[in-house]
Design a protein around this ligand. Structure first.
Ligand SMILES: [Zn+2]
Length: 103
């Protein structure tokens, strides 16, 4: 799917429509010394209690997963960055696409 590099969108910080640059979010590794690391998050009291939303603990092997490899497309996670103030925002709903291309 082809997506334009620049879009006019409403900026919450500027409170008006401005030009935004579009980019795709990349997967980041969890840093061992960062705020989001498991050991530091546990000290803050996260990761315990009812439900963990799949964020904490070890994940099962991919072969144990019934749906692994069934779907051929992934949901697109786009980020929009305001050109005037630099504030970035996320899209409200992802859509499925096999391949994303910026034009
Ligand atoms: Zn702005």
């Amino acid at each position: 799917m082809k997506i334009p590099k620049k879009v006019n969108r409403f900026c919450r910080k500027c409170k008006k429509h401005t030009e935004h640059s579009v980019s795709q979010a990349k997967k980041k590794e969890r840093g061992s010394l960062k705020k989001g690391s498991i050991s530091r998050s546990r000290k803050r009291g996260l990761g315990r209690g009812y439900g963990n939303l799949g964020k904490w603990g070890s994940k099962p092997a991919l072969s144990k997963w019934k749906m692994a490899g069934v779907k051929s497309s992934k949901k697109v996670d786009l980020r929009f960055k305001c050109k005037e103030c630099g504030k970035s925002s996320v899209q409200n709903k992802g859509f499925r696409a096999k391949k994303v291309e910026f034009i």
